[in-house]
Every structure is written in structure tokens, then in C-alpha cells.
Design a protein around this ligand. Structure first.
Ligand code: 2BA
Length: 108
């Protein structure tokens, strides 16, 4: 068994949860905060059989969009600098995904 830890943008979560549950994936949603932007995002824990990992990843890829976000040096804890424009744009997403081995799974 594998544990997929997927960090996704809040705007994609509702559709992603609909698609995952429709396809019989079981998951848990956690509220999280990105270390760089210091803004809310969502972490999904998805426990899956190894042969279903590819199916889960293809749904995540299809649903989670890349978007531009605006941030400034001061909001990420840096002093203004004349050579670095601020505010500036960065790309966020589709999704950041970690796939972990699960030693043991029990539903007690
Ligand atoms: P944040 O940490 O708020 O990062 C938001 C976006 O800011 C990132 O998008 C990336 O484009 C940019 N970014 C992050 N750190 C940066 C840095 N040191 N210098 C320049 N730009 C930087 P994504 O890569 O799509 O990441 C989205 C969210 O996924 C992150 O939100 C964080 O919550 C999570 N994440 C990404 N990589 C991670 C990692 N290696 N470990 C744990 N969480 C991670």
C-alpha cells in the first residue's frame, strides 16, 4: 500500500475530492499553509493500493491547475531591494505530491 500526500490549491479541492471519491479513492483533507506564500492550501492524504497510484495521479494532474500568484518581498519576510521588483508573480501548482510506502494499514 502507498500513501499519497498531495498539497493542492484550495480552489481545486472541491472538484478533486468529488473526482477521487467518484472513482472510489478514500481520502482525508487537512488544512495547511505554504511556507513560502504563508497562504492556506490543502493537504490530502490518500491511501491506495500500489496498482491504483497511477490512476490517482492522473486525476490529480487533470484537476489541479497551475496559476499565477502575486506576492511581495515583505510578505515573505524579506527587506525591499532596489534590484528586485516587488510585488512579483510566481507560478503555483498544479500539485505537490509525495508518494510514501506504508508499512502497515489497519482500519480498527
Ligand atoms: P508555498 O510554500 O506557499 O509555495 C508557493 C509557490 O511559491 C510554490 O509553488 C513555488 O512556485 C514558489 N516557491 C516556493 N518556495 C520558493 C522559493 N524558496 N523560492 C522561490 N519560489 C518558491 P509550488 O511549488 O506549486 O508549491 C505549492 C505548495 O506546495 C507550497 O506552498 C508548499 O505548501 C507545498 N510544497 C511545495 N514543495 C514542497 C516541499 N518540497 N515540501 C513540502 N511542501 C512543499
Amino acid at each position: 500500500m502507498k500513501l499519497i500526500v498531495a498539497i493542492v490549491q484550495d480552489r481545486d479541492v472541491s472538484k478533486l475530492m468529488d473526482e477521487m471519491t467518484k472513482n472510489n479513492f478514500r481520502l482525508t483533507k487537512l488544512a495547511s499553509t505554504g511556507g513560502f506564500l504563508r497562504k492556506g492550501n490543502t493537504t490530502l492524504l490518500i491511501g491506495v493500493e500500489e496498482e491504483k497510484v497511477i490512476g490517482a495521479l492522473s486525476i490529480i494532474k487533470r484537476v489541479c491547475k497551475t496559476r499565477e500568484a502575486t506576492t511581495s518581498l515583505s510578505s515573505i519576510g524579506l527587506l525591499d531591494h532596489k534590484d528586485i521588483p516587488s510585488p512579483f508573480e510566481i507560478k503555483v501548482g498544479g500539485a505537490t505530491v509525495f508518494i510514501l510506502d506504508v508499512d502497515r494499514f489497519e482500519s480498527i
